[in-house]
Design a protein around this ligand. Structure first.
Ligand code: ATP
Ligand code: MG
Ligand code: MG
Ligand code: MG
Length: 476
């Protein structure tokens, strides 16, 4: 089943259950100062969940464009390393605004996944989790749906646990949230990874496909949970992951939607097509993110959303360079993306030339400094050094336009440490110099003024603080 058919089947199923089919909203959340990007299908319905906004329907279904590349939901570091994470992806969702709750949410999900006229997935390959104390959800799965006890895992709110399990979904630091039940597909023992709740759950064997959130609370600035006016349902299922399951492959990059872009990346970088070259997958992922961001009105810049776009684009360009492509290539893949997704997203087709121009301009800009910067990395590492020093990371950032996470990506690939604390010190020193000599004009280079990676009034943690935290292993 092709990705476009799966998308349609999902919407048809929920329309047949009385849901209004609502178009995807922009990657830029409308009217929401707490979020940088649309990270889930529920974002456009946030005020409906909170009871601030009324619609003339109480059930909705969408296929939503999502971006997880900054803030609380950030999968940039996963791209190229897992088989199931993208920066840009489509999330299929069904929503109940004070209409149905746990019982219907669970039985709808099961019917769609396993029903003969729907997806007819083998039941024995599915596993579910419920929130640790949610006996109601457990009972529905076990006694109504008939899922055996050994395929139901209770998972708590394991903040601070050594592994990632967390069955309480939150949109951001504040907003609607609640306990979840998640559905996993088991790729079988040939793929590494353990079941949800186990220490090696981050492997790709048990792939989370669908998250059902029982929206019950609104979290305020102080972290306090307040009950919502009406308990609701918010679900999200990754379309690319569902394609992986239905196309009998083991990685999203092997599905129809992504494989054509991996191929295009190979063609444009002049290497042979392979699923075993992470850089090709990174480029395939990033061309989607960058193109959809430009289509939604973002342009590369040194702050806010524009800086996230710049970081993603430059990462992709650097991966092309790594494969030996020193010329312009990235914008040439836009045409392949339009061929694949232009029917579902007509504005992508309409804006093709604009997207190509914007990405080409970014390639030209970065080309001026990429090669010199890479030379600087190589000479800083001469003599078998095991860490890249902070002053070099700062110079790459300040003079050569290497976003910190791009440099960190290079270090990770080479298995060396990136001295991000040293980078912070160098940055602070520059800030001091800037304050001391503030009556001098800055030169035309990207001057760090302490703000340019931050998104004023939006994300609480700056994007780079997030990267630094990742390397320190703490949450900012
Ligand atoms: P994971 O644990 O695999 O990182 P998640 O729990 O962070 O996923 P949710 O926030 O529950 O994901 O999002 C709902 C669904 O969207 C997931 O079940 C998955 O199918 C899909 N999804 C989430 N993140 C991504 C991503 N980065 N790329 C592709 N699909 C994703
Ligand atoms: Mg995740
Ligand atoms: Mg998860
Ligand atoms: Mg989840």
């Amino acid at each position: 089943m092709k990705t476009s058919e799966i998308r349609k089947k999902f919407l048809d199923f929920f329309a047949s259950k009385g849901h209004q089919v609502v178009p995807s909203s922009s990657l830029i959340p409308g009217n929401d100062p707490t979020l940088m990007f649309t990270v889930a299908g529920m974002v456009q319905f946030k005020d409906v969940f909170l009871g601030f906004e009324k619609r003339d329907y109480t059930r909705a279904t969408t296929s939503q464009k999502c971006l997880r590349a900054g803030g609380k939901h950030n999968d940039l570091e996963n791209v190229g390393y897992t088989a199931r994470h993208h920066t840009f992806f489509e999330m299929l969702g069904n929503f109940s605004f004070g209409d149905y709750f746990k019982r219907d949410a669970i039985t709808f999900a099961w019917e769609f996944l396993t029903g003969e006229q729907w997806l007819a997935l083998p039941k024995d390959k599915l596993m579910v989790t419920v929130y640790a104390t949610d006996d109601e959800a457990y009972d529905i799965w076990h006694n109504t749906v008939g899922v055996p006890a050994d395929k139901i895992v209770r998972i708590g709110d394991n903040k601070g646990a050594p592994y990632a399990s967390d069955n309480f979904w939150t949109m951001g630091d504040t907003g609607p949230c609640g306990p979840c039940t998640e559905i996993f597909f088991d790729h079988g023992p040939s793929v590494a990874g353990g079941p949800p709740g186990s220490p090696d759950e981050d492997g790709d064997r048990f792939m989370e496909i669908w998250n059902n959130v029982f929206m019950q609370f609104n979290r305020d600035d102080a972290g306090t949970l307040h009950p919502l006016p009406k308990p609701s349902v918010d679900t999200g299922m990754g379309l690319e992951r569902l394609s992986t399951v239905l196309q009998h492959v083991k990685s999203n990059y092997e599905t129809d939607a992504l494989a054509c872009l991996v191929r295009a990346a190979a063609r444009e970088t002049g290497v042979e097509y392979s699923q075993d070259v992470p850089s090709l997958k990174v480029i395939a992922d990033h061309i989607r993110a960058c193109s959809f961001m430009v289509a939604d009105g973002i342009l590369p810049s040194n702050e806010g959303r524009g800086y996230v776009l710049r970081r993603i684009a430059r990462r992709a360009i650097r991966h092309g360079y790594k494969l030996g492509q020193k010329g312009l290539f990235f914008h040439k893949i836009v045409a392949d993306l339009v061929a694949e997704m232009g029917e579902a997203y007509p504005d992508l087709r309409e804006k093709q030339a604009h997207i190509e121009d914007a990405l080409r301009a970014e390639e030209i800009k970065f080309a001026e400094t990429l090669e010199i910067g890479m030379g600087l990395v190589d000479s800083a590492l001469e003599g078998g050094k095991t860490a890249l020093d902070g002053d070099t990371i700062f110079k790459l950032y300040d003079t050569f336009g290497f976003p910190v996470d791009l440099t960190a990506d290079i270090c990770r690939e080479r298995g060396i440490h990136a001295d991000l604390e040293g980078f912070e010190r160098a940055m602070e020193a520059q800030r001091e110099r800037g304050r001391a000599g503030s009556n001098f004009k800055m030169s035309g280079k990207i001057a760090y003024n302490g703000d340019d990676t931050r998104f004023h009034g939006y994300d609480k943690s700056s994007v780079d603080a997030k990267i630094l935290a990742l390397y320190k292993g703490t949450e900012p």
